[in-house]
Design a protein around this ligand. Structure first.
Ligand SMILES: *Cc1c(COP(=O)(O)O)cnc(C)c1O
Length: 468
């Protein structure tokens, strides 16, 4: 492709993107596609001869958009958001055009140094102490895997990588049942085994881990000859927003010399607002914290920030330096690929830089505060309806509810979620709370307004009361 054609089609793509964003409210949020609908329209094999861009682009427009669930739709209230503020999309266009591999400082000094700076901007915005260094990982799952590998290596005196786990006593890690499934997977991949992820009971309105039960579990494991390695706490669990009491959990972890990783993938963004920081009170005692600017803050996926108290431990666990990756003659530089599981890295700091400069922290705080307020208002309105009940009270902008039904409430509420999503005005997902189905609502879309929360109320109540 010559540069004139590249320019023309880049502009066409940018125009398409702007029109797409502007028209999102007219589309159903969840794709109405049936399995196989898209695959049926795609050729069985790649063409031997190249095709014209006109034909390729026309097929994109004909086949793809209707097969998408629109994550940037202002009425996407399912899962957690994966916000891509327009300004971060612009930054990512540039990153895609440049297409640098940013694994080492010398493979793109600008990427490394901008990463150091923007991540430190975030550290300040979250009011974390100066001692924390940060790195951008592709996802919270990977950051958690890195943290689990570090806790494993520390507990095995740095011999797990070289000798394998079979040469050692069994390593144990502690978490509540409210943590995300990425924790289970990190435990599997680290070779620790699900059986050695010890589930600590939760209590209280925030469904947090019971620190006394944690202490007792660690002591029992020590007595049984296991090697306790670390604790994984959560701030804002995925199902109902559970928050572990970080201060008390950290005290127990420290008393036993255990590594503490905190998963705040979703809720971490809200910590740019001082009033929400009570949810992770004591966070400064953590060894590792992960949060995803690609969820609520507005940085285009992927962008997961891991703050680490002792990066040397992570580098000791993960760095591999064959001759071809050595950067001779450069002292005092950082090679971020030594802090993460993958070697290759995208230039992810640019979208953070654009995002924070364009909106300012005040702009981002205002967005988050609105989401929390509108979510609380909606929970209040549903609670006031006699045929609805709130199952889990709002934690930040997440709550869950149920439509009361005489017979099989689980089946009724699953059918309700499906009917709501088929309707298309809004998109919700379900969860299980104490064994029973509840419907989750989270407000978090970058371009959501209060009217969109009103639409949610109308759609939910109308569809729930429709005669079947
Ligand atoms: C979304 C989420 C994750 C997983 O995040 P990825 O970046 O997709 O790996 C982990 N933990 C919590 C609490 C989450 O909300």
């Amino acid at each position: 492709m010559d540069s004139e054609e590249f320019r023309k089609w880049s502009q066409t793509a940018a125009d398409w993107g702007a029109d797409y964003r502007a028209g999102l409210r007219e589309r159903p949020v969840r794709a109405r596609t049936k399995p196989g609908d898209i695959a049926r329209q795609i050729a069985d094999a790649a063409p031997e001869a190249g095709e014209a861009m006109e034909a390729i682009f026309a097929d994109f427009e004909r086949i793809v958009p209707d097969g998408l669930t629109h994550w940037q739709h202002p009425r996407f209230f399912a899962y957690f958001p994966a916000n891509a503020a327009p300004v971060s999309v612009i930054a990512d266009y540039l990153v895609t055009a440049v297409a640098a591999q940013c694994m080492l400082w010398q493979t793109s000094p600008a990427a490394t140094e901008l990463e150091t700076r923007t991540v430190d901007w975030l550290r300040r915005a979250l009011d974390l102490p100066e001692g924390f260094a940060g790195v951008i990982q592709d996802s919270a799952s990977t950051a958690t895997l890195a943290a689990v590998l570090v806790m494993r290596e520390k507990a095995l005196s740095w011999k797990g990588n070289s000798e394998g786990l079979a040469a050692h006593k069994v390593v144990r890690v502690y978490a509540s049942k409210q943590v995300h499934t990425s924790i289970d997977r990190a435990i599997w991949i680290a070779g620790i085994g699900e059986a050695n992820l010890v589930r600590i009971p939760t209590k209280g309105p925030l469904n947090g881990m019971d620190p006394e039960a944690l202490d007792a579990a660690i002591k029992a494991d020590l007595a049984a000859g296991y090697i306790p390695a670390g604790v994984i706490a959560c701030t804002g669990g995925t199902s109902i927003g559970a928050c572990d009491p970080i201060r008390a959990v950290a005290e127990v972890a420290k008393a036993h010399g255990l590594y503490l990783h905190v998963d705040a993938a979703w809720a971490g963004s809200a910590m740019i607002c001082p009033e929400f920081r009570t949810l992770w009170d004591g966070i400064e005692a953590a060894d590792s914290i992960v949060f995803n600017p690609h969820k609520w803050l507005g940085a285009n996926f992927d962008c997961s920030v891991q703050f680490i108290r002792n990066p040397e431990d992570q580098v000791r666990t993960l760095a591999i330096q064959p001759e071809y990756l050595k950067t001779h003659g450069h002292d005092g530089i950082v090679n971020y690929s030594e802090w993460s599981v993958p070697l290759g890295r995208r230039f992810r700091a640019l979208k953070l830089w654009f995002l924070m400069r364009y909106h300012g922290l005040e702009g981002l705080r205002a967005m988050i505060r609105n989401h929390v307020k509108w979510s609380e208002e909606l929970a209040g309105r549903l609670a006031a309806e006699p045929d609805f009940e709130i199952v889990s009270a709002p934690v930040l902008s997440l709550f869950s509810f149920r439509h009361k039904s005489g017979e099989d409430a689980d089946a009724h509420n699953i059918a309700l979620v499906n009917a709501i999503n088929d309707d298309g005005r809004i998109y919700l997902t379900q969860t299980r709370v104490d064994g029973r189905i509840a419907i989750r609502f989270q407000a978090g879309q970058f371009e959501m307004t209060r009217d969109d929360a009103d639409t949610a109320f109308t759609a939910i109540t109308e569809i729930a009361r429709r005669p079947t």
